[in-house]
Design a protein around this ligand. Sequence first.
Ligand code: URA
Length: 434
Amino acid sequence: MRMVDLIEKKRDGLALSKEEIEWFISGYTNGEIPDYQISAIAMAIFFQDMTAEERADLTMAMVHSGETIDLSSIDGIKVDKHSTGGVGDKTTIALAPLVAALGVPVAKMSGRGLGHTGGTLDKLEAIPGFSIELDNNAFTAQVNKHKVAVVGQTSNLAPADKLLYSLRDVTATVNSIPLIASSVMSKKIASGADAIVLDVKVGSGAFMKDVEQAKELAEAMVEIGNKLGRRTMAIISDMNQPLGQSVGNALEVKEAIEVLKGKGPKDLHELCLTLGSYMVYLAQKAPSIQEARVQLQEVIDNGQALETLKAFIEAQGGDPRVVDEPEQMLGAKYQIEVASSKSGYVHAIEAHLIGNAAMKLGAGRETKEDQIDLSVGVVLQKKIGDHVNEGEALVTLHCSKEQVDEVKNLILRAYQLNADPVQEQTLIYETIEK
Ligand code: URA
């Protein structure tokens, strides 16, 4: 086979065969096919798209480029959840113990944060003692015993995706539905999921800016998953404002704990129940999605979800006292309110600006090498639909320094106020299943 022939074929809008896709992905991973030819085929895919068959073949070729995690020694149907990334998205920390409390095994590999969205691993490390490193045996044993474990992704998971993603980043080919969908699904399948629930975020703080685009991506991923024998469902959820109230590592852990106490913010609570009910249903622990939702609310109300969280934290070396005494986590030195310069109703909160504000305080990384401060962040006092008076606090900054003018400016830019009342923001736009 010659790479130039495959580029030409895709350039002319023809479908590549499974063998051709496997050949170029393995050649690229082994360093035999140069970046410039892969860039050309990525651009051809960007313009010519891929058939459902090609998307599934590309996904599996990337899965086979590296290690695949074998979860077969864990009892039950392993359902993974994936979010395309948002500001204040601490869902996994509440959701994992919540569904585990109903016996759904959650064997989760998570990542660190970069840019304005945070990573689950960083958040969990705000719990004193919590370790995200477990060897394979300890990982499966913990899931069998407590039904939940969260670890860092092994570096050899879908290495072809890592290479291709970095190349796409510098060749303007990130924003392509077949390439994003196969990238996300290759990592989920390589990490051993039997079934997958996807949370595709849409809005100013997300990768996908409009619902149509998000729906196309969600449908593409659901189709790949189902074609490859993994029952897959997706929701499209809002990221036109941060999720919940807190953005910042320890602050987000506190908020996730509140959800399991039945006291979390309404949007976060609702998202956990929605995603959770799909997970419980796909794991065949409830006969219907409605029944799954009832059972999830029960384990919140009777404290079982909170007990599962404590057991999960303890099993990974963390201090379970944080559940009852969140002050056991490091708090920031200063709390500074940012007051509104006018009165009105909150119409929009640019989530990426809030994410950037938290990052400037030290809660996130601008580059992979940056150290983060787990105690700092932003707590929103007002969300879309709320009324605010001039001089009233929009947010509270939790910070390690008093000089935060740049951050205050970002917050004021993020909030859009208007004299007319506005309805609350829709949280879940659509559900996609086959
Ligand atoms: N996230 C991924 O994992 N892959 C993409 O291609 C884009 C976003």
